[in-house]
Structures are given as structure tokens and as C-alpha cells.
Design a binder for this molecule. Structure first.
Ligand code: FES
Length: 521
């Protein structure tokens, strides 16, 4: 088996039974803030993209690069599709011209032509990626690889029971905005950043120890930041609170816990992997020297990308957009439907929108308890975000339904909050569409030990649709013994619980108890 490093979480896996390209990412993501490190744009993508299979782990834009997939990846490639609750990944790939899909079942090994075996484990909670993240396991000719990328399964048991893994690729660096964007004294930011950096490494060691692979490949980060405004986030200043350590830092830290089997891949590095050995060649003569000259590499990369960043920035302004009206139209109907998320947020969230010069020109309140979006008065808020107005204009202009996979990951904002981190705030802004919101609401609801039943038309059944968890008090219609969920039109027989639209997806249902007879007057 041959593994070619193609940058960030991307790699090409070549076997005698076919090749798989994983997560190719080249163009900047999240408002041109993240770039792959090291630069992978000079690779021979025409050749790399001529593959038998494509695997896109999830829809985060540093894994799903639409322009690159469209231009460089063969449309003859069969997409190995994770089993996600929504069809968004498949839909977006179809829009790019892919027509061949192999729909995997999560945690099930599939044998493809030539004896190539694959298994994709899909994670589907609202906190996993943009509602979905996954890992790819591959076996050919007795050699096994786990590309865990940035997925966070609770344990790796499903993979260990399939036999010893020879190569384990996983994330070790940061991929979030915390704590850098928080309006805190620098000393606090450094302390929180240091803790975060340590936690990231600890988590990585735990996964490595769980799997006990022969070789460990640090991948899926860090990104680099080439815009002058974000340059300080690169780990080149000796800041122990920086959450974006690079691969050479991984090797150093790994050695401290006794790790000696780390393999760093640069874009263009190639590892020849067998059950007993891993021989790696690099496109540079000296790996240590490459990382020692990181700042120089970044500066030259920055110069090459300046024009790209400027072009992106020029596309963000849409002064004709009424941001208050746009946010009202997008968010208020969702606030109305939101129960668990709105309760979880528990207070108002304010957006201070600034001019490019940094002056606040508009303050908009998303009032979760009051279920409305309005101009902010002088009131206490749960969270406050400060960002350029033109970024919100752009999100509204492109009708973006996931502000985490766009605004927040861009790190082009600052934040303040009262109290602890609140996952519901970010879960809500990740779910700015009816389908996603219903899914997240239902997911949180189903995590409660006493998941609720409702009684309609003489039947008691679960409140959340077994398909994508729509609230059946809103979307369910009972006619005779048949339930229809209007969100996607799926049907169930309430006598038997059987789904009439798709295999599986039974509903918990029974005839409602007759009301007790009233005593005679
Ligand atoms: S959520 Fe899709 S049919 Fe109910």
C-alpha cells in the first residue's frame, strides 16, 4: 500500500485494487482565513485526482473544497459515502458532477472490487462536524489503515476488533476559534490556550494508545493564516498558548510520552506501507530544516496568496442587504420552533456589527427566550459577538445555513460571554435551516432518558420522527392507522410501527389507552 501526503487531512491511498483520494483541500476556507499548511497547491493535482474512489469525510470546508473537487477530481471516481442522516454531502457532490456513489453503512465492512475492504464510521450528533464527521478504515492485502482525520469517536473498539492497524492518521492540532477570539486579558488567553493545547495532545495520545497502530501519522492540521489580520494565529512566535502546533511539535511532544513511531507527511511525501515496514520519502532533503524555516515558507506562501485573499475580501460587501431584516427572516421562524436549543442557550445573544475600520454600526439581538431578532437595547446578554457587518451581509447573500462552518471558523470575530461555554449557541448557528434545526432538536430530545411520546388520533407514539427527528406534533398527520411526517413525506403504520417508506426506521407506537369510564353521576 502506498500513502501519498497531499496536505492537511488529505491523502491518496494506492493499492493494487484501486486508489482512494481523501479530503483534497487547496483553496482557502472560511472567509479566506484558513490555508493548508504546508502549501499543497503546487502538487500535480491532475494526476492525483485521477482516482478510483473519492472519500470526503464531512462538509467542513477544509475537507470539502468544492472548486478543487470540481476542477481536479475525476467524475468517474466512485464516492465512498458516509451514512449521514441528511443527504447534504451527497447532494453537494452531485452538484459538482459526481454520479457514482457507494453508500456505506456505518461500522460495516464493505468489500469492493479486487478485495479492497473499506469501513466508514459516521458520527452524527449536532456537535460532530457540520452535523456529521467520519473516519475511514481500509484494508488490502493484509495491510490496514485508519484515517480518523478529525473525527472524535468515544472509543476505537470497532476498529481494533478488525485486527491490528498498521497506519493511524489522526488530528493532533487545534481547529477552533477558542480561546483566541475571546475578549480576555492576554495572560488569561495564554493560560486557556496552553490548557487547550495540552488537552489536544492528551486526546491524541489516548486515541493512539487505544489503537496501538504500528505507525502514527499526524494530519488534519494545523491550518495556516495568511491574511495579515490573522497572521498572529500561526505558531511561529514561541507562544505556549497557541492552539495550532505543527507536525514537528507533534513529533517533539510525542517523544516526551515515549512515542517513536510518528511519520510526518508533507504534501508530496510518499510512504510505502507493508505489514512490517513503513518507508517514507519526502519532497525536501531535510524535514527538520523545512520546519525550522516555517516562517520563511509562510511568508513566501502569503505573497503568492495575497491576490486570492484580496479578491475574496472584495466579494463580501453587499450594502444593499438589510441585515436586521435578513436575520429576522432567517432566524425568527427557527427560534419559534426551537425548544431544546433555545432553552440551552437560555438568554439573548448580541451581534455587534462593525465597519471595516472597526466601529460598531449596528447591534442586533437574537433573543432566544423572547423568540425574536431585534435591535439590541442596553441589556445583559449571554454571548456577544463582534464582527464586520460585511461578513453577515455575505452570509445572508449566499443564504448560508451554517454560520459555524463559515463565520465562526474564520476566526474573524471577537466574543465575550457570561458564564461557561455554551454548546447550544454554536449548535443553533450551525442549524439555520428547518431540516437541520429539527434534526438537532430531535437529537437532543432523544438523549433525554424520558424521551417523550405524544397521543394523536388514538395512538401513542414517539414525538420525534424516526427519519430526521422532526417534531411530530408539528409535522405529523394521522389518518386511520397511518402516520405521515410532512417534513419529507415518510409514512408509518402505527399498529405495527413499520415504516412504509424505507427499510428500518421503525417508530415506537401503540394504541392509546381508552380513557377510564367516568363514574355515573
Ligand atoms: S423528518 Fe423526514 S419524514 Fe420526518
Amino acid at each position: 500500500m502506498r500513502i501519498t501526503g497531499t496536505g492537511h487531512a488529505s491523502m491518496r491511498i494506492d493499492t493494487a485494487a484501486g486508489s482512494i483520494l481523501c479530503d483534497p483541500w487547496v483553496n482557502p476556507a472560511y472567509f479566506a482565513s484558513w490555508f493548508p499548511f504546508p502549501d499543497n497547491s503546487q502538487l500535480d493535482w491532475e494526476t492525483l485526482g485521477d482516482v478510483d474512489y473519492l472519500y470526503v469525510s464531512h462538509l467542513h470546508r477544509d475537507h470539502f473544497d468544492a472548486a478543487h473537487l470540481k476542477r481536479y477530481v475525476s467524475k468517474k471516481a466512485t464516492v465512498l459515502l458516509p451514512e449521514y442522516p441528511t443527504s447534504q454531502l451527497e447532494d453537494e457532490l452531485r452538484d459538482l458532477g459526481f454520479t457514482r456513489f457507494f453508500k456505506t453503512v456505518s461500522d460495516e465492512v464493505h468489500e469492493l472490487d479486487g478485495g479492497l475492504k473499506v469501513m466508514i464510521q459516521a458520527l452524527i450528533s449536532p456537535t460532530d462536524g457540520p452535523i456529521g464527521d467520519s473516519s475511514l478504515w481500509v484494508e488490502h492485502d493484509g495491510v490496514r489503515v485508519l484515517n480518523q482525520n478529525d473525527a472524535r469517536p468515544t472509543d476505537l473498539m470497532r476498529f481494533t476488533e478488525l485486527g491490528h492497524v498498521h497506519a493511524h492518521m489522526l488530528q493532533f492540532s487545534g481547529a477552533i476559534w477558542y480561546p483566541m477570539v475571546y475578549e480576555l486579558p492576554q495572560s488569561a488567553k495564554t493560560a486557556f490556550g496552553k490548557q487547550k493545547r495540552e488537552r489536544q495532545f492528551d486526546r491524541t495520545w489516548r486515541y493512539i494508545d487505544d489503537l496501538k497502530a504500528s505507525w502514527v501519522f499526524p494530519i488534519a492540521g494545523p491550518p495556516c493564516f495568511l491574511d495579515d489580520e490573522l497572521w498572529q494565529f500561526n505558531d511561529i512566535f514561541g507562544d505556549e498558548g497557541n492552539i495550532f502546533p505543527d507536525q514537528s511539535e507533534f513529533v517533539k511532544e510525542y517523544a516526551k510520552v515515549g512515542g517513536t513511531n510518528g511519520v510526518v507527511l508533507l504534501p508530496g511525501s510518499v510512504s510505502a506501507l507493508t505489514a512490517d515496514s513503513c518507508e517514507t520519502t519526502h519532497p525536501v532533503a531535510d524535514l527538520d530544516e523545512f520546519f525550522a524555516n516555517k516562517e520563511e515558507h509562510l511568508k513566501a506562501y502569503q505573497e503568492r496568496q495575497r491576490v486570492v485573499i484580496e479578491a475574496e475580501k472584495a466579494s463580501w460587501s453587499h450594502p444593499e442587504i438589510d441585515v436586521l431584516a435578513g436575520m429576522k427572516a432567517r432566524i425568527e421562524p427557527l427560534l419559534d420552533e426551537s425548544v431544546r436549543l433555545a432553552q440551552g442557550v437560555g438568554g439573548p445573544v448580541r451581534f455587534d456589527l462593525t465597519s471595516p475600520e472597526g466601529d460598531v454600526i449596528e447591534s442586533i439581538l437574537v433573543d432566544f427566550p423572547g423568540k425574536e431578532v431585534r435591535i439590541a437595547a442596553d441589556e445583559k446578554v449571554r454571548y456577544r459577538f463582534r464582527t464586520e457587518r460585511r461578513l453577515i451581509e455575505h452570509l445572508l447573500f449566499i443564504d448560508e445555513g451554517d454560520w459555524v462552518n463559515s463565520l465562526f471558523l474564520s476566526c474573524r470575530f471577537s466574543a465575550a460571554r457570561i458564564g461557561q461555554y455554551n454548546e447550544f449557541v454554536y449548535a443553533f448557528f450551525k442549524c439555520l435551516s428547518e431540516e437541520r434545526l429539527q434534526y438537532a432538536e430531535g437529537w437532543y430530545e432523544s438523549q433525554r432518558p424520558d424521551a417523550e411520546d405524544i397521543t394523536v388520533g388514538g395512538f401513542s407514539f414517539q414525538r420525534r420522527c424516526p427519519h430526521l427527528k422532526a417534531d411530530l406534533t408539528r409535522f405529523g398527520i394521522v389518518e386511520g392507522n397511518q402516520l405521515t411526517c410532512q417534513l419529507h413525506g415518510w409514512k408509518w403504520n402505527l399498529e405495527t410501527g413499520r415504516c412504509l417508506t424505507s427499510v428500518g426506521h421503525e417508530i415506537r407506537s401503540e394504541r392509546a389507552a381508552e380513557p377510564a369510564p367516568q363514574p355515573a353521576a
